[in-house]
Design a protein around this ligand. Structure first.
Ligand SMILES: CC(=O)/C=C/C=C(C)/C=C/C1=C(C)CCCC1(C)C
Ligand SMILES: CC(/C=C/C=O)=C\C=C\C=O
Ligand SMILES: [Fe+2]
Length: 557
């Protein structure tokens, strides 16, 4: 409790905003209001002094609530208002008393430098949000990750590293040549760790993106950036899966090989920084490996997806983005799924499957016959109907310009069945009727106790159409093939994250946490019952936060 009190009694909302947080010219009139920090500060100081008996700060009023409600603009696609904030929230409803710990959520939360606006959702500088639950109370904090890319941009007021779609401007041919060299060595790649955050088995908390250098250790209590997570091995690589599979004992990831198309599968034991080689998969098609943002595992196998949406060396070198950014769609190269034995590194299946487009795998498990022999592996993913346009739908201009038209491509829970009997083909079908969740499907979670095992429930964002982005929270029952949906008109919810009740025996006994960007520029934390999927509590933020991607749970010990 002592450390909680000391970290929360300091209220950061009065911090003077750096120049790059000048929202005034390009996003709204909020920026000029925010510059009146001194005025706000006085207003706030008066209201912030009261402390409750146990030294937690009482609710911090929104810095300038009048402005937010006048603005009425969805905060999801707008840069975070200030670098950091922390305070206790008023909880409506009741938080379960067993829910003690911290939910951390990472995502790209700042999409401009001065007047220059970034292009794509994935370009933004990382914003970490923290929801600390303790004895029925809730403390929220957010803070920017101090990556080299973010710090350099702040100082030089320009993009200095290659982001997902943004590239630093080069002014002459010589610097272009230098830039190419820096690209090949990885020096110009971003370390903007804006995709996710994981708790390693040894307790370290690491923020991640697709570049290996963008692995950054943070303090889950203060959200301080501690430093780079240095991999101590000599496996090299410049990029990896943004989503490793992390358990208390290990961290497994895939390293795509762009030179000799394939993937290296590696495992890092908890408590170490050393990735060890498990095995290698050579690609079956195309000029380059398929994009691998995530992958599933089963109890005994690592499943390596090879999408026909492939990395593209030519596009990597381009300064201007292509419709598919650093990737290219090669339907003729076909799509595959490979299955590698975790223990031996041997490939036990490598099958052609129907074309697919996915960012996120949900889970995988093994199917057995009556003698207990594994006959097939099942892998579920959020599948975008083999339609690559989803990538461009995530361009900020598109996200910010919803006009009532239904433009979100259909998506489903894609279920792969990969036979282990040597057959050359695997199946891919919808695990349930996609109409159950409005044919929208992404940003999934499940009970981590069922990782790699047969499971029944998945939580994700679905759609209530018309929409341009997933706008519901959905609980998928994969046994009954039904979904239960939560929806609030005009609101954009972030990934529903399942936290199991300690000691639970039912798979869905727990809560689901999401952060909602509300239509009026506001935002709140939402806690749903994992079983009934009914709201049990919500807590309003002082102001709406940008959309965030993935999170993790750090239990109180
Ligand atoms: C936020 C998210 O989900 C994905 C972020 C992806 C990033 C930052 C990818 C970056 C890349 C480069 C900077 C060059 C190499 C290719 C690629 C991995 C796409
Ligand atoms: C937010 C998203 C897709 C939504 C589409 O329906 C994908 C995020 C990918 C990175 O984590
Ligand atoms: Fe992701």
């Amino acid at each position: 409790m002592a450390s909680l009190a000391s970290s929360t009694t300091k209220i950061y909302c009065n911090k003077i905003l750096p120049d790059m947080f000048d929202h005034g010219k390009h996003e709204s009139h909020l920026g000029s209001k925010l510059k009146n920090n001194e005025k706000n500060k006085k207003k706030l100081d008066l209201k912030l002094v009261t402390k409750v008996a146990n030294q937690l700060p009482v609710i911090v009023p929104p810095p300038d609530q009048e402005v937010i409600s006048k603005e009425k603009k969805l905060a999801a696609w707008t840069s975070v208002r200030q670098e950091r904030w922390e305070g206790e929230l008023v909880v409506e409803g009741e938080l379960p008393l067993w829910l003690n710990g911290t939910y951390l959520r990472n995502g790209p939360g700042q999409w401009h430098i001065g007047d220059y606006n970034f292009r794509h959702l994935f370009d933004g500088y990382a914003t970490l949000v923290r929801l600390h639950f303790e004895n029925g109370r809730l403390i929220m904090g957010h803070r920017q990750i101090e990556s080299d890319a973010y710090k350099a941009a702040k100082i030089s007021k320009k993009i200095c590293y290659r982001e997902f779609s943004e590239v630093p401007k080069v002014d002459n041919f010589l610097s272009y040549i230098g830039d190419m060299a820096k690209l090949l060595s990885g020096a110009s790649l971003t370390d903007n760790a804006n995709t996710g955050v994981v708790k390693l088995g040894d307790g370290r908390v690491v923020c991640l993106t697709e570049t290996i250098k963008g692995s950054i250790v943070i303090d889950p209590n203060t959200l301080d950036t501690i430093g780079k997570f240095e991999y101590s091995d000599s496996l090299g690589g410049l990029i990896h899966s943004a989503h490793p599979v992390v358990t208390d004992s290990e961290f497994i990831t895939l390293i795509p090989d762009l030179m000799n198309p394939g993937y290296t599968v590696v495992r890092m034991e908890a408590g170490t920084n050393e990735r060890k080689y498990i095995g290698r998969v050579s690609c079956r098609g195309g000029p380059a490996p398929g994009w691998v943002h995530s992958f599933p595992v089963t109890e005994n196998y690592v499943i390596v997806p090879e999408m026909s949406l492939r990395y593209c060396a030519k596009n990597l070198l381009k300064a201007e983005p292509t419709p598919l950014y650093k990737f290219e769609w090669h339907p003729d190269s076909k799509a595959f799924v490979h299955v590698m034995c975790k223990a031996s590194g041997n490939i036990v299946a490598s099958v052609e499957v129907p074309l697919y487009v996915t960012f996120h795998f949900i889970n995988g498990y093994e199917e057995k016959d009556e003698d207990g022999r594994v006959t097939a592996v099942i892998a579920d993913c959020c599948e975008h109907s083999a339609d690559t346009t989803i990538l461009d739908k995530l361009r900020l201009e598109n996200l910010r310009s919803f006009n009532g038209k239904d433009v979100l491509p259909d998506a489903r829970v894609g279920r792969f069945r990969i036979p282990l009997d040597g057959s050359p083909y695997g199946e891919l079908e919808a695990a349930l009727d996609p109409n159950e969740h409005g044919k929208g499907m992404d940003m999934c979670s499940m009970n981590p106790a069922y990782l790699g095992k047969k499971y029944r429930y998945a939580y994700a964002c679905g759609a209530k159409r018309p929409c341009n982005f997933p706008n519901t929270l959905t609980k998928i029952d994969l046994f009954d093939k039904k979904a239960k949906n939560w929806y609030d008109e005009g609101a954009v919810p972030s990934e529903p994250f399942f936290v199991a009740r300690p000691g639970a025996t039912e798979e869905d006994d727990g809560v689901v946490i999401s952060m909602i960007s509300d239509k009026n520029g506001e935002g709140y934390a939402l806690i749903l019952d994992g079983s009934t999927f009914e709201e049990i509590a919500r807590a309003k933020f002082p102001y709406g936060l940008p959309y965030g991607l993935h999170g993790c749970w750090v239990p109180k010990i």
